[in-house]
Design a protein around this ligand. Structure first.
Ligand code: BEZ
Ligand code: MG
Length: 808
């Protein structure tokens, strides 16, 4: 597109010059003209949305407000609307850039960039069903009609290599421990566990050390518990193809997880609950015992898991035809239900120790699972697209986690979130207490019995939508207040919980809300700010109320009143999102960690003030830094069962662990915790434990990377992304062990066959993978042999030649 044509088709082009100079500029341009990348197939143009354009530009990344789209970005949409004359645009995939361009949060005006860019084109948008928060932004800021699509079928991570050997050793220990072979097997378990780097997760005795008989069970139990945790993690296998629902058998892991949650509101007991009752146990106690490594509980939990999978597979098998398609679940169900031993789950369980399981409870549960199965394999992704393209109504439905809320299914719906004033619910408050209490217990246990004075934590929109406000409720419980709903169920008041009831001091918080959370939950930011200020003004002793203690100190240091000093609820400036640390890491455009921390401070230090609610977000960097400097721990919640710390770049983008260390007077590294409430047995793990778990279940797990490789070039990019995100964690928290990089290098570089597959499948992503390994070493996050580094350098130059088409 020539510059003149661009200017005449793009009335707002001159406004972009302030940030990008005269067109064409140097992004999506050949120096004279603007370039629109894509290919036309008759009436269809398939194009590539340009990027923000400031990824490689540290100065722009630092701006507290993002600048504007660049000329190439604007030219792209001018082309689509005015030259190609599109009747509609279909944005394909989640988390694009158009709807995150600067402008108002909601209610766009004609000078807001998302509005200018989308122009008059109807916007249809395929969006991941599990991301209702960003889908809402796409709807509000770019008028999108979203159509939900399913995430890939989940499978259990399983075990491989040394981890598999360990599980075999453990089962031989269980059958042979009383034969005198016990000590020998335990010593093999210990050495294999060390080879698998499990010594950071489990306290292991020295090799050769004499272990008293009664302690052997506990050592084995702890290792066992760890590997069962790895085995049963869910992971998405490969990538989802639009319009291709999972087969019935692929849906089994999803159903097992659906069956693992109690649903008291529907009178449904979870399968693990029913099975544990059958042998006279309470499932919560089995979970606790297993977490502690008590061998008999770990073993019982494994049997329960195995029986759950078996019973559900038996059921699914009976509802599918030879081709693996689900056929008429409703009729099948009514013909099998109530026929006692003929019920496939009863049949299966009759050969296990759970043969006496309560038939009535099982029947209620499997009836529900039958409904879920129908929904999991139903598909309306292409049907809804057709409706939308015909200008017809697309049925709405909630977005979220299909395991918690099967109403998310079937996909193909126009995604909606929830009534923001309805959260946090009473149930969310109950779950939040469990997590906060565990977090505080853990912190005390690791810090000589001392309570944390301040916790720096992150609030996202998505998980709050999925859990009806659990993370929000966690903050309230930390500072010791409870939400109060009015007669319409709207939560718009809080009241303090007495110190007696709380049984501990009120913990101070510094809340970092994502830009998405700010857009979706501004009333709840108001509620939080009111809660914090209320607590700061309570007449309580400093050692029982750390919010007040710190606010008094900060008020004096800054010469302001306590109420103003009690500012704890931060986010980006209005209309701006993210700390941009993820973009800097993805593009290697950063010099040192201080630069990343500067970015975090300058973009994330905007506070909400309930005393001036109409004023928008105001920069309060001094208070932000002061309160961060008091943090003893950082904390974040996992958003979903299938997306963990290294799957997306946004988790480390929000992480302030190293920043807190830098701001603290004593330069002590804060503890860092991640809560996982996505499965039945909620966990609070340290950040480094979670990073290790993630590496073991994904990046280093053949089941995961082979699943990715079967998706072709995009699969290689997914592998490369995990490594880049791992470097992100090194940069923001320093919580990645050396062996993670070392093992990744053995898996992808030292294995000649794998190496060649990666190069031929996607040389560009492979080059980025090499660059990321070299960067991990260069920045001091990975120590390895000179030989490994030489090999990476040599490969880098070979691949570069290959990409440039030079054959030496
Ligand atoms: C959120 O839901 O708040 C969120 C989504 C994607 C990236 C970061 C935050
Ligand atoms: Mg992005």
């Amino acid at each position: 597109m020539g510059v003149r044509e661009y200017q005449s088709l793009t009335p707002y082009a001159t406004a972009l010059e302030e940030n990008w100079g005269k067109p064409p500029g140097n992004l999506n341009s050949d120096g004279e003209n603007l370039l629109v990348y894509g290919k036309q197939y008759g009436n269809v143009f398939i194009g590539v949305q340009p990027t923000f354009g400031y990824e490689g530009d540290p100065m722009r990344l630092l701006f507290s407000k993002s600048a504007s789209p660049h000329h190439g970005f604007a030219a792209y949409y001018s082309f689509v609307e005015k030259i190609f004359n599109a009747d509609t645009v279909l944005h394909f995939g989640t988390h694009g850039s158009l709807e995150f361009m600067p402008g108002k949060q909601v209610g766009m005006s004609d000078v807001c960039y998302p509005d200018s860019l989308i122009g008059n084109i109807p916007n249809v948008y395929y969006y991941a069903a599990n991301n209702p928060s960003e889908a809402t932004i796409a709807k509000r800021r770019s008028y999108a009609n979203t159509i939900s699509y399913l995430t890939p079928p989940a499978e259990n991570a399983g075990l491989y290599k040394g981890l598999k050997q360990l599980s075999e050793l453990i089962s031989s220990y269980q059958s042979l421990k009383d034969t005198g072979r016990g000590p020998q097997i335990v010593s093999s378990i210990i050495s294999t566990a060390k080879q698998c780097n499990l010594d950071k997760d489990v306290e292991l005795p020295d090799e050769g050390e004499e272990i008293p008989a009664k302690e052997r069970d506990l050592v084995v139990g702890k290792v066992y518990s760890k590997i069962m945790e790895i085995e049963s993690r869910l992971l998405p296998c490969g990538l989802h193809v639009i319009g291709e629902p999972p087969s019935a058998m692929e849906a089994v892991a999803t159903l097992v997880n659906i069956a693992a949650l109690n649903r008291p509101e529907d009178g449904i007991s979870s399968l693990p609950t029913i099975l544990a009752e059958t042998v006279g146990q309470n499932i919560e106690e089995v979970y606790r015992g297993s977490d502690k490594g008590i061998l008999k509980d770990v073993e019982l939990l494994r049997q329960i898991t195995e029986a759950s999978r078996g019973a559900i597979s038996a059921f699914v098998e009976r509802t599918t035809n030879k081709k693996g398609q689900v056929v008429d679940v409703t009729n099948k169900l009514s013909s099998i239900l109530g026929f006692g031993i003929n019920e496939p789950w009863v049949q299966y369980l009759s050969n296990t120790k759970f043969y006496r399981a309560d038939r009535e409870k099982l029947r209620t549960l499997f009836q529900f699972l039958g409904e879920c199965l129908k929904l999991v394999v139903a598909d309306n992704e292409l049907g809804s697209l057709k409706q939308a393209l015909e200008g017809k109504y697309v049925e709405p439905g909630p977005g979220g986690d299909p395991i918690r809320n099967p109403k998310v299914l079937p996909t193909g719906k126009n995604i909606h979130a929830l009534d923001p004033q309805a959260i946090p619910t009473t149930a969310a408050m109950q779950s939040a207490k469990v997590v906060v209490d565990r977090l505080i217990e853990r912190q005390k246990a690791d810090n000589g019995g001392k309570y944390p004075e301040t916790i720096a934590l992150v609030l996202w929109g998505t998980d709050n939508i999925k859990t009806y406000g659990e993370s929000l409720a966690q903050v309230l419980w930390m500072i010791g207040v409870k939400p109060v709903a009015d007669t319409f169920g709207r939560v718009n008041r809080v009241e303090p919980v007495s110190l007696e009831e709380l049984g501990r001091p009120r913990i101070d918080v510094v809340v970092n809300c994502s830009g998405v959370f700010r857009d979706l939950f501004i009333n709840q930011m108001n509620l939080l700010d009111r809660a914090v200020k209320m607590v700061a003004e309570l007449d309580e002793p400093a050692d029982q109320n750390y919010v007040r203690k710190h606010a008094l100190e900060q008020a004096e240091a800054l010469g302001i009143d306590v109420r103003e000093a009690a500012t704890r609820v931060f986010s980006n400036a209005s209309g701006s999102y993210s700390s941009n640390i993820n973009l800097a890491v993805e593009n290697s455009s950063w010099n040192d960690e201080n630069q990343l921390q500067d970015m975090y401070l300058s973009r994330k230090s905007f506070a909400f003030d309930c005393d001036a609610p109409g004023a928008g977000m105001m920069e309060k960097r001094q208070v932000f830094e002061m309160v961060l400097s008091t943090a003893d721990a950082t904390f974040q919640n996992l958003d979903s069962s299938e997306i963990s710390l290294t799957d997306v770049s946004h988790y480390f983008d929000s992480d302030p662990t190293n920043l807190v260390q830098n701001l603290r007077k004593d330069k002590k590294k804060p503890s860092a915790y991640i809560a996982d409430t996505t499965t039945a047995n909620a966990q609070v793990r340290t950040l480094s434990e979670t990073v290790r778990l993630d590496a073991r279940t994904k990046l280093l797990n053949p089941k995961w990377y082979e699943g990715m490789m079967s998706s072709g070039y995009e699969g290689v990019r997914e592998i490369e992304k995990r490594l880049t995100n791992t470097v992100g964690w090194s940069a923001t928290s320093g919580q990645v062990d050396n062996w993670v990089y070392e093992e990744a290098n053995s898996t992808f570089i030292q294995d000649e066959e794998m190496l060649n597959r990666l190069i031929s499948t996607n040389p560009n992503s492979f080059r980025k993978l090499l660059q990321t390994f070299l960067e991990a070493n260069g920045r001091g996050y990975w120590e390895t042999s000179q030989e490994n580094i030489e090999k990476l350098r040599q490969l880098y130059s070979e691949v570069e030649d290959k990409i440039e088409g030079i054959d030496r």
